[in-house]
Ligand binder design. Structure first.
Ligand code: ZN
Length: 399
């Protein structure tokens, strides 16, 4: 994408776009599915109907061969170059638990760990303490005061927590204190700047508090990152966007680009139908819908569960279509092949329905048909302009 081009051409009109992301949708052929992918094996009459009347393609989330995290992969789908708009791990972690970050906040991930009498790390995960125990330790750390800065410590899960330092001129040029290996000492915080001093003081005070709490008697920090505000989708694309997502991380990433994050009651696919309906009724012209289960079953290495997750979405799809969005795009943020149990670099099938399309290339939604679809293979950041064009939201370039 040429920098600034889409921003120049973006038009405001009444058309409405629904972007449905089935997290981790892409896959590879699997023996127990008869050499098919979960998307190929799933019975998806509604997606297939959209594919027949629309256009298919493949998107490359970051770059060829690069495996993305879900955060950057979503930014790509929102039209934000994930490398230019890089979000640090500490920031993603804080967004992931729904912490309301502000511009300039310094965030890092915490691991509770075990150190022996000589201060050597013997377990980087403190025996994977319970989330309950994590909450208890975090509440003890909540009392840490450091002059001139607010300190927020939040539990994440098991031995994982995160910390946010707020106020003043903070820098994220701070090394990880996690040595990454057992049998080593935690790495001291280097540097002499104010941020380093703050983090050092936090490290010392937390060590004092945790000292008697075996096995979680120390903490390691990594992924220091400053939160910076991004230009909103309204500013860039003239899109008044809303997000309908159940997991905090996706709500957080959506709020990074200025989406209005909708409440979902109940927190189910059914609740999401109502939230999408409300968002469209409120005049949002782009609604991002996030569906998580395909990714989770891919990470569990469970093809049958991934097939069911896709079929569950397909069954509810007509409810979204009844809301009559002008353009519907369905895709994943990345592939999560069941045999790998991990995210991967494989391009992701995408379907766009609505607006003038080169139809007739596809009869169902699958990796195979997406590869020979009329949209071809493109970078994930091109999806936003393709959806906008389908909705008549891009003017002509030049006379
Ligand atoms: Zn994902």
């Amino acid at each position: 994408m040429y920098k600034g081009l889409i921003e120049r051409l973006a038009l405001k009109n009444g058309s409405r776009i629904l972007l449905a992301v089935l997290d981790g949708l892409g896959d590879i052929p699997i023996g127990e599915l008869g050499g098919r992918t979960p998307l190929e094996a799933a019975s998806t009459p509604n997606l297939d109907r959209l594919a027949t009347g629309g256009a298919l393609g493949m998107h490359v989330p970051i770059a060829r061969g690069v495996t993305p995290g879900s955060g950057p992969a979503h930014l790509g789908l929102f039209g934000y170059d994930p490398v230019e708009y890089e979000v640090g791990r500490g920031v993603l972690s804080a967004l992931g638990i729904g912490f309301p970050l502000r511009h300039g906040d310094l965030a890092a991930r915490i691991n509770f760990c075990t150190v022996d009498g000589a201060g050597v790390v013997t377990d980087r995960r403190a025996g994977r303490i319970s989330t309950e125990k994590c909450r208890e330790l975090v509440s003890l750390l909540g009392g840490i005061g450091i002059q001139g800065v607010e300190v927020h410590v939040m539990p994440v899960k098991e031995h994982r927590a995160c910390v946010v330092f707020r106020n003043g001129d903070l820098s994220d040029d701070i090394n990880d204190t996690d040595p990454g290996l057992v049998g080593e000492r935690p790495v001291p915080v280097n540097g002499s700047g104010r941020s380093s001093e703050i983090v050092r003081e936090f490290q010392e005070k937390s060590a004092g508090i945790l000292a008697g709490h075996h096995p979680a008697n120390f903490l390691l920090m990594r992924g220091f990152a400053l939160h910076r505000e991004f230009p909103t989708m309204e500013e860039r694309f003239r899109l008044n966007a809303a997000a309908v997502a159940l997991y905090p991380m996706y709500r957080g990433v959506a709020s990074l680009v200025g989406m209005n994050v909708m409440a979902c009651e109940p927190e189910t696919l059914e609740g999401q139908v109502h939230a999408v309906e409300l968002a469209l009724r409120k005049g949002h012209d782009l609604v991002f819908l996030h569906h998580k289960p395909a990714d989770s079953s891919g990470e569990d290495g469970n093809p049958a569960a991934k097939v069911s997750a896709i079929e569950d979405f397909d069954r509810v799809l007509p409810r979204f279509l009844e809301l009559k969005p002008d353009v519907v795009a369905v895709t994943g943020d990345h592939s999560t092949p069941c045999p790998m149990k991990l995210h991967s670099w494989h391009p992701v099938p995408v379907l766009i329905h609505g607006g003038p399309q080169r139809t007739g290339y596809s009869s169902c939604f699958s990796e195979k048909q997406a590869l020979s679809g009329s949209l071809g293979t493109f970078l994930s950041t091109d999806l936003m302009p393709l959806m906008m064009a389908a909705g008549g939201k891009l003017s002509k370039f030049g006379a």
